[in-house]
Design a protein. Structure first.
Ligand code: ADP
Length: 264
């Protein structure tokens, strides 16, 4: 009897082991698939600006050109190179995110100072799109965090608000507030809004609502710089590394609110 019971127990354990092993394999396979997809998307993203640079250079070298033509070609090439530089920077950030261990500094930083700096950095984009950036709420909001990454978070959210609400709204508001347990940063625009079906995917890597509008040539639509679809995934990573959460509320025709909370 004892023999039989031991046998059964062993079989149970082997069964459990097999299940665990299956689950692990499953997770590994999914991780590989995500990695494969990421590499494919990243290569695809780099190929577009690279091919524009090549085509543009070949075209301009075909025969002698006027100074104006050279200037125009060079500015296209420069813009594509800036785009690639930024893309590579974003990819490096995500590679760091994937390493698992935290790369963030923890220092006392004033979130309102960071917001003011980000707004100054993007003043040219606001002006070009005829949008006023309004800062409201607190003049000082101290949190524990990494100044550089928090700045990048603000830049990503504010830049989106400015670029997507061009031709829709006149104002983008960045609002800071605080209660007992958390600090809150809201970026509110009067832009086109986002359909509910897209909201759950917005923070995924390379996800864009309107795929066709994403790579506009510099001369085609200067007010809507093309994006890589990485900004919000980086934003979410930064927020989560700070122990916070990010949410979006939006509906078509009513603008969007990106709402970030950090524990105090
Ligand atoms: P991108 O580089 O395309 O801006 P993001 O990850 O920052 O990438 O954003 C993903 C997508 O979410 C964008 O392509 C855009 O479709 C949508 N989106 C982000 N912010 C806004 C906003 N404020 N208003 C409308 N749509 C937005």
């Amino acid at each position: 009897d004892l023999h039989r019971r031991l046998n059964l127990q062993q079989r149970d354990e082997i069964g459990e082991l097999a299940t665990t092993f299956d689950l692990m394999l499953d997770r590994l396979e999914r991780a590989f698939e995500r990695q494969r997809q990421f590499t494919a998307d990243a290569s695809h993203e780099l190929r577009t600006p690279l091919s524009i640079v090549t085509t543009e250079t070949e075209r301009i070298l075909q025969r002698p050109r006027t100074t104006q033509e050279y200037t125009q070609a060079l500015s296209i090439i420069l813009q594509e190179q800036q785009r690639m530089t930024r893309l590579v920077g974003d990819l490096l950030t995500l590679a760091r995110a994937d390493q698992g261990q935290s790369v963030l500094k923890r220092e006392r930083v004033d979130l309102s100072e960071i917001v003011v700096d980000a707004a100054e950095d993007l003043a040219h984009l606001a002006e070009r799109n005829a949008i006023e950036i309004r800062l409201s709420g607190l003049d000082e909001l101290m949190v524990w965090g990494d100044r550089l990454y928090l700045t990048q978070l603000c830049l990503n959210l504010l830049e989106n608000a400015l670029k997507y609400s061009a031709q829709f709204g006149k104002q983008v508001e960045v609002k800071l507030s605080q209660d007992q347990s958390y600090a809150r940063l809201q970026v509110i625009d009067q832009g086109p809004g986002i359909e509910a079906a897209h909201l759950p995917h917005l923070f995924e890597r390379f996800y864009r609502v309107d795929q066709s509008r994403t790579h506009t040539r510099p001369t085609e639509n200067a007010s809507l710089p093309s994006g890589s679809g990485l900004g919000l995934s980086i934003a979410r990573w930064i927020v989560e590394e700070h122990g916070g959460s990010i949410q979006v509320r939006s509906s078509p025709g009513e603008g969007s609110v990106f709402d970030v909370c950090f524990p105090l």
